[in-house]
Design a protein. Structure first.
Ligand SMILES: NC(=O)c1ccc[n+]([C@@H]2O[C@H](COP(=O)([O-])OP(=O)(O)OC[C@H]3O[C@@H](n4cnc5c(N)ncnc54)[C@H](OP(=O)(O)O)[C@@H]3O)[C@@H](O)[C@H]2O)c1
Length: 281
């Protein structure tokens, strides 16, 4: 496996197995330079979102890289302020404009249950999904999916969607493995993307990860990312630090044993992910 290997989504589109995260990466030089560094290091999949405020910088880095558009996979996401069909239609066009792209590879509903619209999430998700389906028809988006969805949010969407969600991007690392969602995704042909694969930096000193890292002369970040790939997930590591951006891509010159994977499977505490029906946004 390499950084440019792909998973195949349910609609036949290919998606590179590691994506580069950009949450909390400030717009401007930091975002532009970190994405440029990632592309130079060989990443071909960038994950951003309207709410991150850095789509313009991400787009600049892509444009300046000189890499052909069809060799880079770009994901962005619909924020919680989009409730209606028209809101979503506008949000898609705004993201395309900010990114300076004429199509998105993947567009996700960022959260299933915006606070301001509770408890009407089912209708909201159906309405914005129709706008996303229409954008696929118009050639503005290749694949559509969701993020932070549990089975209770996915079921109604699956019942009404013309185009089934191809991805569910969820909080997922050895400390919080969301096994119910992962199982439901799999049963429904939905690829699981692992966001915060390093627990936003909070899991890097787990003694078990440190022991395994020492054996392979790798970092704990690399062990967590390798585990994610071995589980068939698509990890989205974020960094603004050149050495870490490079390190997080060096995952293919060692293999974890089945025993080690089982030990990491046993670290699940399930405490860190947010309940999407109870968030403050
Ligand atoms: N869909 C959603 O709701 C959602 C939510 C959260 C995240 N995401 C996506 O998932 C991506 C990743 O998640 P995340 O941003 O929470 O964090 P993460 O990738 O789990 O961890 C990033 C943190 O770890 C540090 N780090 C990265 N590589 C390291 C290494 N090799 N050694 C030591 N420290 C390292 C980074 O520091 P520096 O940057 O300072 O180097 C940063 O503080 C996001 O950027 C975003 O694209 C999606």
């Amino acid at each position: 496996m390499t950084l440019t290997d792909t998973y195949t989504l349910s609609n036949g589109e290919k998606i590179p197995v590691v994506g580069f995260g950009t949450w909390q990466t400030p717009a401007g030089d930091v975002a532009e330079e970190s994405v440029a560094t990632a592309l130079k290091a060989g990443y071909r999949h960038i994950d951003t979102a309207a709410i991150y405020g850095n789509e313009e910088s991400v787009g600049q880095a892509i444009a300046k890289s000189g890499i052909p558009r069809d060799e880079i996979f770009v994901t962005t996401k619909l924020w919680n302020d989009a409730i209606t069909y028209d809101d979503a239609k506008k949000a898609i066009d705004t993201s395309l404009e900010k990114l300076g792209l004429d199509y998105l590879d993947l567009y996700l509903i960022h959260w299933p249950n915006p606070k301001a619209n509770r408890p009407n999430n089912e209708k909201r998700n159906a309405d914005v999904w129709r706008a996303m389906e229409d954008a696929v028809e118009d050639g503005k988006i290749k694949s559509i999916g969701v993020s932070n969805f549990h089975e209770r949010h996915l079921r109604p969407l699956l019942a009404t969607a013309k185009i089934k969600p191809s991805v569910n991007q969820i909080y997922l690392n050895p400390s919080d493995q969301q096994k119910d969602i992962v199982k439901f995704n799999k049963e429904n042909g939905i690829l699981t993307e692992a966001y915060s694969p390093l627990g936003t930096g909070k899991i890097l000193e787990l003694p078990t990860l440190m022991e395994i890292a020492e054996k392979y002369n790798k970092s704990t970040a690399q062990i967590a990312l390798r585990w994610s790939l071995d589980k068939g997930f698509l990890p989205l590591p974020k960094s603004v630090t050149e050495s870490r951006i490079i390190q997080n891509a060096e995952l293919f010159d060692f293999d974890l044993t089945m025993d080690e994977i089982n030990i990491l499977d046993g670290l699940d505490e399930g405490k860190l992910s947010l309940n999407p029906d109870n968030t403050d946004f």
